[in-house]
Design a protein around this ligand. Structure first.
Ligand code: ZN
Length: 389
């Protein structure tokens, strides 16, 4: 790969012919039309938060360097931004009066309202740009490894860069597009942000059955001219989830719906019954992990570990151990009630407290409370064997 350092290109040069697409949130072109600011492999513009974009302008006004910018020379007179898109889009939008900054008197100022000398200070700022030339694969591999200034690319953004092409373009149109009216509905089940590719990542994770398979799936489908399978599978998961669970609870956001769909979608559920079970568990103060409620009811109310049901406190354990051990010693039997009734070498064994665990006499799932009168100490082996508590 060949790189050429350019130090004479100014903000003004780049902003010549700057086009910003408000709808897609993309800076599109600059440098008199010869520069593509957001090639397909770039992420969406995420600096428009009134802080990072303003910081770029502040830096220019103070004469601070903006850091290295990388262009990829696609052909003669045809460049695309490899790294620096967020910074370029920020000053491009400012110079074209898309947002304002606060001046020394705390007044909002658009570019057109700035004093001439300040305008020129921005426009005449020189940038440090490396122009890179090489094979596409080489450029992308390098792009994956460079330490990107500002906000580092996350894993999905990197994958979008590496597997750029029609499939990624179509997938981003569906899953990375904040104008998509479905986003609000999806947001009940998916956490993270559209701009940072969280929805696309979930869609790919679900269809490929695991986060680790996303890379392989994207590679396999890279040259597809449709995203039918991806979209259908995603919609199946969302439809199933919203059908099975009628109520939308905030703890549903970010659960592994793809895995739950795979595990349970062939089983018949009565949504009304599920809803009642969920509500009952929501009202149960012993349930510590509400996020586990959904899988717990799907699994037929068996795996209480999912709920992290409140456990006995140390004082209760200690006093129960003392009482049990005293009685056992008097009778000459094991202080584990299950060892005591068995016919084995532990029949008379007195366990130490750290060899025992607290157990619900009446299981929590059968209405047993986490209170002293429902606590018994069992040896670890018997406690484990009793399993579902
Ligand atoms: Zn035992």
């Amino acid at each position: 790969m060949k790189t050429t350092l350019k130090t004479e290109i100014t903000v003004k040069d780049i902003c010549d012919g700057f086009v910003y697409n408000e709808l897609e949130g993309k800076g599109l072109f600059g440098l008199s039309g010869t520069l593509t600011i957001q090639p397909e492999y770039q992420r969406n513009y995420i600096y428009a938060d009134g802080k990072k974009d303003v910081a770029v302008i502040d830096s220019l006004l103070k004469g601070y360097p903006l850091g290295l910018i990388y262009f990829n020379k696609v052909s003669e007179g045809n460049l695309e931004v490899l790294d620096g898109q967020q910074r370029i889009t920020s000053f491009g939008r400012f110079v074209t009066n898309k947002f304002a900054i606060k001046d020394d008197n705390d007044m909002e100022q658009y570019f057109s309202g700035l004093a001439k000398d300040k305008q020129n200070k921005i426009l005449d700022s020189k940038l440090t740009i490396y122009e890179c030339e090489g094979e596409e694969s080489e450029i992308k591999e390098w792009f994956k490894t460079i330490n990107i200034a500002g906000v580092p690319l996350n894993n999905q953004e990197l994958l979008n860069a590496i597997y750029s092409g029609e499939f990624v373009t179509l997938a981003k149109e569906e899953f990375s597009n904040s104008q998509n009216s479905n986003i609000q509905k999806w947001g009940a089940y998916i956490s993270g942000s559209v701009d940072r590719q969280s929805y696309l990542e979930r869609a790919l994770e679900w269809v490929s059955k695991s986060k680790e398979n996303i890379d392989g799936y994207m590679s396999l489908h890279r040259f597809d001219n449709n995203i039918t399978e991806l979209k259908n599978y995603f919609n199946s998961v969302i439809d199933w989830t919203s059908t099975v669970f009628i109520d939308v609870e905030k703890e549903m956001c970010g659960l592994e719906w793809g895995r739950l769909y795979e595990t349970y979608h062939k089983k018949a559920f009565n949504p009304k019954t599920l809803s009642e079970e969920v509500q009952k568990l929501y009202a149960d103060s012993y349930v510590k992990n509400r996020k586990g409620i959904f899988e717990y009811v799907l699994g037929g109310l068996e795996d209480t570990k999912l709920l992290q049901v409140r456990v006995f406190d140390d004082a209760t354990k200690k006093s129960t151990y003392k009482k049990q051990t005293k009685e056992a010693k008097e009778k000459g039997i094991s202080n584990c009630p299950l060892c005591a009734v068995g016919n084995n070498t532990n029949k008379t064994k007195i366990w130490s407290q750290n060899e025992m665990d607290a157990d619900h006499v009446t299981a929590w799932s059968k209405g047993g409370e986490t209170i002293k009168s429902n606590c018994e100490m069992l040896c670890k082996t018997h406690n484990r064997a009793k399993g579902n508590k």
